[in-house]
Ligand binder design. Structure first.
Ligand code: CTP
Length: 408
């Protein structure tokens, strides 16, 4: 399998790919493919049928992928629930070499080993590369089973004609690496349109401490930022979420919890270099206590309390000027209570953003704490897009749709 001359398509880099190996002589070819994908930056994990493990030892795949290989549905130390682990984890599944037997079991929906269980538990596109004897390949039973799998949305990479292990010449030889990689790329192209991208999102209301028990903050829930992070991760991006809010974490999103605006800025400076997109959905404090009391401020000692506040620098404006963020497409948010467009336009310019999403916080049915949002998106190139009222998760995808064609 001359893989050296077959470049791994861009779409597959950075993806979590499960390779399911069944018991055919071509199993050895998959070690090369697993190695090439891993070297190209995909994260590859392997599950094998017991027959496959007789053709190629699991340590070979462990060696090239750097991950333990699943060979059984019984819980071991590597995965607490091996029958669903890879189905949950993978963004793309390749079944190869797909034998007549594994194709038949998959078509019937069996889950009697870790390979078929993974197929049944799959949440991602599945590509099947069959390989078998030419007479087996020609049988209606095999073709009918494959037709069932195709009908269920799986992609089949047709085997090639050539000399087979049996000594016969005919169709049944595992497709070459270029054809398999191309089919894998095609299967994910529309679904993972942010693969290979690094997206940074901020979320939530920063907290500026007054003393060890009190802080100044605002009503932002962080839901919009979490929705954008989840949408970007589901579309294949590597996502870093710098958050002052806590919600359920999403697979594929790397979390950095922060409290204050200063911590958020420090974290962003660490993460932003080389990123493709920064979405500043966080509601960052504009003022903070000039001094933080080291001990709790006591009521009896303070019949009246004056807090002196000092301005917090503008994080996103500072980043937009910082060489560390050069080339990063920066999207800000604008929370407005009047003249939404005019204020947002002014912020877009002043903060040197590439785009800004503005919404009207005086409305109770959208925005703060709500599952819904609505607004407008203004771009530095002068374009304006209305974001219709919808859930924050759907709006997140809409924002990414609009930004994607403008990324470098
Ligand atoms: N922002 C920031 N640093 C701050 C305040 C805000 O980076 N100290 C960012 C927000 O994350 C958001 C954008 O700037 O992406 C606009 O925030 P907004 O609160 O609407 O604007 P402000 O600049 O704070 O202006 P004002 O409060 O006067 O409307």
């Amino acid at each position: 399998m001359p893989l050296d001359s077959t470049p791994v398509p861009q779409e597959l880099r950075g993806l979590r790919i499960a390779l399911l190996v069944a018991g055919g002589i071509a199993a050895y070819k998959l070690a090369d493919l697993a190695s090439a994908l891993t070297q190209a930056g995909s994260e590859v994990r392997v599950a094998m049928t017991s027959s496959a493990a007789r053709f190629v030892g699991p340590p070979t795949f462990q060696g090239v992928t750097g991950h333990p290989v699943l060979t059984s549905v019984w819980p071991g130390s590597d995965a607490p629930e091996p029958h669903v682990f890879l189905g949950d984890w993978a963004q793309l599944i390749l079944l190869a070499p797909a034998t007549a037997n594994v194709i038949a079991r998959a078509a019937r929906g069996q889950s009697d080993d870790v390979v078929t269980a993974t197929l049944l538990a799959a949440r991602s596109p599945v590509v099947i590369a069959p390989a078998m004897n030419d007479a087996m390949w020609a049988k209606p039973a095999v073709q009918e089973n494959l037709a069932v799998l195709r009908q269920r949305g799986m992609t089949v990479v047709e085997p090639e004609s050539g000399r087979l292990a049996s000594g016969h010449t005919g169709a049944g030889r595992l497709a070459g690496p270029a054809a398999i990689l191309a089919a894998m790329a095609a299967a994910v192209r529309s679904r993972y349109d942010l693969a290979g991208r690094h997206v940074i999102v901020t979320a939530g209301a920063t907290r500026e401490p007054i003393d060890p028990v009190r802080f100044i903050s605002n009503y932002s829930s962080g839901k919009m930022g979490f929705a954008i992070a989840a949408a970007a991760a589901d579309r294949g991006a590597r996502v870093t979420l710098v958050s002052a809010a806590a919600h359920e974490e999403h697979r594929g999103v790397e979390m950095h919890h922060v409290e204050t605006a200063q911590q958020m800025l420090d974290q962003l400076r660490q993460d932003v270099r080389g990123a493709d997109l920064l979405v500043m959905a966080a509601a960052v404090a504009d003022f903070r206590p000039a001094k933080t009391a080291t001990g709790k401020i006591r009521r009896e000692e303070n019949p009246k309390l004056n807090l002196e506040l000092e301005p917090v620098g503008d994080l996103v404006a500072a980043l937009a000027e910082d060489p560390v963020a050069s080339g990063v497409f920066i999207v800000g948010f604008a929370a407005e209570s009047s003249e939404v467009d005019a204020h947002a336009q002014e912020k877009l310019k002043r903060k040197r953003l590439q785009a800004i999403v503005a919404n009207d916080i005086s409305r109770k049915d959208i925005g703060f704490g709500s599952e819904y949002n609505e607004g407008v998106m203004l771009f530095a190139d002068g374009t304006r897009q209305v974001l219709e009222r919808t859930t924050k998760r759907v709006m997140a995808d809409r924002i990414l749709d609009l930004v994607l064609p403008k990324l470098r």
